[in-house]
Design a protein around this ligand. Structure first.
Ligand SMILES: C[S@@+](CC[C@H](N)C(=O)[O-])C[C@H]1O[C@@H](n2cnc3c(N)ncnc32)[C@H](O)[C@@H]1O
Length: 325
């Protein structure tokens, strides 16, 4: 089996199944389709990702139909899809991840300065502007901004021993770094972020639009650059009278292993709280600290200052506190 078939087959089984029936069908179809696979195989390797090919196709109007219909469309419109694939990248920005980061930001007393590396459009830099509905041991806990409920309401199940956040943080400063910062006031960029949300995920699309409206009213300062080149400079710009929180979510998988190590060394040396929310395979030094036999499935490992504290759902739907030793 060739690499494209193998990858699309795994994408169907491990990522799309249970989350997007359409993408599962498309990915399985491509895994068994020599003609479409050979088109994809001619793309540069990092551009062969299913997420990218599917989002580019949807941005050009691909029908959300069964594989045979999609295939026909793709073969006839490939020349239009390719430039989008080459120009764009997977920058999915999920504001709901704030629900799993909040327990460790809101528990800091006094003002905080937030620095996100791999920020995309910076939607996760606004944890103080969203409303939270935490479900814990059969009780609903509501946390809202001071001026009332937000148009972005994040539901999250809290499991295990953890103090439910009761307040939002006082965010004095927010900064971000991204290879390609997204400006939410630019309609083409926002449309691209929407195209990256999977077809059946209407709730996420609505949340994206609502969060983008909040961010557009007070846009963050996002610097273009590599996180290893910029993190120390940006950290130095944060105000001294606030606790600096450096965080990242669904980012380090895009880096080579040696660059991840370099980043860990840099962030560990900063006078900052460091929150890492990444796939389990991304930072083996964190995975090695997980309790023996724990089922991670597709969860992220949330770590504070290099110590895993929770397993979190990729789109912020739950937070499973890990036992403390
Ligand atoms: C999947 S998005 C996640 C965005 C956001 N952190 C979230 O959780 O919603 C990953 C982001 O990381 C950025 N990125 C990848 N490699 C990077 C690097 N070496 N330096 C800075 N940003 C990077 C990408 O451009 C993209 O916007």
């Amino acid at each position: 089996m060739d690499a494209v078939a193998d990858y699309y087959g795994r994408f169907a089984a491990l990522e799309a199944r249970g989350s997007s029936a359409i993408f599962e069908d498309w990915a399985l179809g491509i895994a068994g389709d020599v003609e479409v696979r050979s088109l994809i195989a001619h793309l540069p390797r990092p551009k062969q990702q299913a997420n990218l090919v599917f989002a580019a196709s949807r941005s050009k109007g691909a029908p959300l139909a069964e594989y045979d219909v999609f295939r026909e469309w793709l073969l006839s419109r490939w020349a239009e899809v390719v430039p989008v694939v080459l120009a764009r990248s997977t920058q999915t920005n999920e504001a709901a991840r704030c629900a799993t980061l909040l327990p460790h930001i809101a528990s800091i007393s006094g003002p905080v300065a937030l620095l996100e590396v791999g920020a995309s459009a910076g939607l996760c830099l606004y944890p103080d502007r969203y409303s939270y509905r935490y479900h814990s041991a059969g009780t609903l806990h509501k946390v809202d901004p001071k001026d009332g409920p937000s148009s972005v309401v994040l539901d999250c199940d809290l499991r295990g021993a953890l103090d439910v956040p009761i307040r939002l943080p006082d965010v004095f400063w927010r900064g971000g770094v991204d290879l390609n910062p997204i400006d939410v006031t630019d309609i083409d960029s926002l449309n691209w972020l929407e195209a990256l949300v999977w077809p059946e995920h209407d709730e996420r699309r609505a949340r994206l639009r609502a969060a983008a409206r909040i961010v557009a009213q007070d846009p963050p300062l996002l610097v273009a650059g590599d996180l290893n080149a910029e993190v120390a400079n940006r950290a130095a710009q944060a105000p001294d009278d606030a606790t600096l929180v450096v965080f990242h979510s669904a980012v380090l998988a895009y880096l080579e292993v040696e660059d991840r190590d370099r980043f860990v060394d840099q962030v560990s040396a900063l006078d900052a709280v460091w929150l890492s929310n990444e796939g389990v395979a991304v930072l083996p030094e964190l995975a090695a600290q997980l309790p023996t036999g724990i089922a991670v499935n597709g969860d992220f490992v949330l770590a504070k200052n290099g110590v895993p504290v929770a397993l979190t759902a990729r789109h912020g739907q739950y937070y499973r506190a890990l036992p403390t030793t």
